[in-house]
Design a protein around this ligand. Structure first.
Ligand code: SF4
Length: 229
């Protein structure tokens, strides 16, 4: 049983020293701490990110995100508008978002202050927010990608037990591109779990389906991070 814990946080948005070369963002912002998708390869388990140890079952919900972010951006002198990546370490569209809508509230503020966004997710719940994402795309820039590393349901369920199944993710990308062509869409082809996902057939299928969905890019990383945990 997953437990949600609402908590105040001091920092609402992080400015990076350098623009991230993978996700092209200057800022990162995580609406939740912990991730119910519970992927077995999740890099967020590494000590490097200072998350709590039971991150699959205990989701910390950041309180008052809308007010906090609005105050922070309203008074910002050093935070010039630039790409904000949400949910880089903990998926911004995990099930907690259905109830708390932290991500949606954050997007409303980012739109207000004209900050472009970069969203990576494994949940088709993101479709709920296409109204606001398309406005951000019209106004500045919006890129939206799904991680897809297999189309085999059994393997996907084993690796990413509570995420949307990959076929639904690619269908969502197709729909987004058809309805809102200004949103830049893509597939994060990573991590590739050795011996399970590294066959030519698997990689070819993902590349082909990404092309058929008219995506703009594939972000490819041939391997997986092997840190602690
Ligand atoms: S969706 Fe991302 S953050 Fe969530 S458990 Fe999976 S890899 Fe980790």
């Amino acid at each position: 049983m997953v437990k949600y814990i609402e908590k105040e946080f001091k920092t609402i948005i992080n400015k990076m020293k350098y623009i991230d070369s993978w996700f092209w963002c200057r800022y990162t912002l995580n609406p939740y701490n912990g991730c119910e998708h519970a992927c077995i390869y999740c890099d967020a388990r590494s000590e490097k990110y200072y998350l709590h140890p039971d991150l699959d079952n205990e989701i910390i919900v950041k309180k008052n995100v809308k007010k906090k972010l609005d105050n922070r951006l309203k008074n910002a002198r050093t935070l010039l508008p630039d790409v904000v990546a949400t949910g880089g370490v903990c998926d911004a569209y995990q099930p907690a978002e259905i109830k708390y809508q932290n991500t949606r509230q954050i997007l409303e503020v980012l739109f207000k202050y004209k900050y472009p966004v970069c969203i990576s997710t494994k949940s088709d719940l993101v479709l709920r927010d296409l109204d606001i994402l398309s406005k951000i795309a019209d106004d500045t820039y919006c890129t939206l990608s799904f991680t897809i590393t297999t189309f085999d349901d059994e393997i996907a369920k084993f690796l990413e037990p509570h995420a949307t199944l990959p076929l639904k993710r690619i269908e969502a990308l197709k729909k987004i591109k058809e309805e809102f062509p200004k949103i830049q869409t893509g597939v994060n082809l990573m991590p590739i779990v050795p011996y399970i996902e590294d066959s030519d057939e698997n990689l070819d299928e993902i590349i082909l389906k990404t092309k058929e969905a008219n995506c703009d890019f594939i972000l490819f990383s041939p391997g997986m991070t092997m840190r602690d945990s």
